[in-house]
Design a protein around this ligand. Structure first.
Ligand code: 3HC
Length: 292
């Protein structure tokens, strides 16, 4: 099966990034949102990112030529003839299922349904549509235009031909696909989440300051960001949500939220996006660790 037309559900941080890389790779893309204002915000981010790439000479086409392959819509019917639907809506099982169920009746039968969820079971999501063999996970990483990886997630119901089509699609997007199966967290979050939670526990136990733990992991391990910078970047609310899904699945302490993470989330300190998390972003170019 050949993929030509891509539908992306949600035009937030991840959805707009996925739409952008698909358009950059030459696909015709339609992004679906509930309101025009969310499309406007997502597309403004895409234009900024394309301008940056153009300035650096990393894209062969003009931003306008890439942008011309991107359409935004608030009508599900506009996705009827897509070959693949990549869902990147809010991490909420019921919301995602509602979306899949509505689209199943509209989008052509042969189309592949993919989810960018970071922790929700793909098998649970596939129950919302009547195409279990054509359902997979495609998990991208933030910031999508820069991060090279995509996890291609197989369920017990996925047809081989669908899986291979999705794997090739990942390559055609300019990403490096890895094969994984529908176990909560897939590969990256299975390893990354306990690492980030351990950093919080180390801080709670007085092993080091926020800044020193970040410096240690950056300079000692060559990571691009220390764990607290990364937690604030991913979003503390998002991480907290993931801990619940992972703890529920495995019942192991390493996936459970440390008390400090819970308190930060309760206080509305979600990290970079809310201006405050482990660091304070009053001056975004010069974040200061909070006294926690
Ligand atoms: N589009 C185009 N260019 C962009 C961009 C975008 N969306 N975002 C950043 N850039 C540019 C910057 O403007 C900058 O350009 P410049 O060199 O001209 O100033 C350049 O990329 C490098 O950015 P920075 O100088 O800000 O910083 P870094 O060199 O540290 O690179 C990074 C940024 C790629 C984000 C790097 O810090 C990194 O790899 N961090 C780790 C990110 C990570 O681990 N992500 C995964 C999170 S987990 C996840 O997503 C899974 C989920 O399920 C939880």
């Amino acid at each position: 099966m050949e993929i030509k037309k891509v539908g992306v559900l949600g035009c937030g941080l991840m959805g707009s990034g996925i739409a952008q890389v698909a358009a950059m790779a030459g696909f015709d893309v339609t992004s679906l949102e509930v309101e025009q204002k969310f499309l406007d915000k997502g597309f403004a981010g895409i234009e900024k990112s394309l301008a940056k790439f153009a300035e650096k000479g990393t894209i062969k086409e003009t931003p306008q030529a890439i942008r011309a392959r991107l359409k935004g819509t608030t009508k599900k019917e506009d996705l009827a003839d897509c070959d693949i639907i990549v869902e990147a809506v809010i991490e909420n099982v019921e919301e995602k299922k509602k979306m899949y169920s509505a689209l199943d009746a509209i989008v052509k039968k042969e189309a592949i349904f993919a989810s960018n969820t970071s922790s929700i079971s793909i098998t649970e999501l596939l129950t919302a549509a009547k195409r279990p063999e054509r359902f997979i996970g495609l998990h991208f990483f933030n910031p999508v235009p820069l991060m090279k990886l995509v996890e291609v997630v197989r369920t017990i119901a996925t047809a081989d031909e669908v899986y291979e089509t999705a794997y090739e699609f990942g390559k055609n997007l300019g990403k490096v696909p890895v094969r994984t199966s529908d176990k909560t967290g897939f590969i990256v979050n299975r390893l990354l989440v306990p690492y980030m939670l351990d950093a919080i526990r180390a801080y709670e136990e007085g092993v080091g300051s926020i800044e020193d733990i970040d410096q240690a992991m950056k300079l000692g391990c060559g990571y691009p960001m220390g764990p607290f910078t990364l937690l604030d970047f991913v979003g503390l609310d998002t991480t907290y949500y993931i801990t619940h899904v992972m703890y529920d699945e495995f019942k192991e302490r390493r996936f459970a939220s440390p008390p400090l993470l819970k308190r930060l989330v309760m206080a509305g300190w979600y990290g970079r996006k809310s201006g405050r998390g482990f660091y304070d972003y009053a001056d975004p170019a010069n974040p200061k660790p909070n006294k926690l």
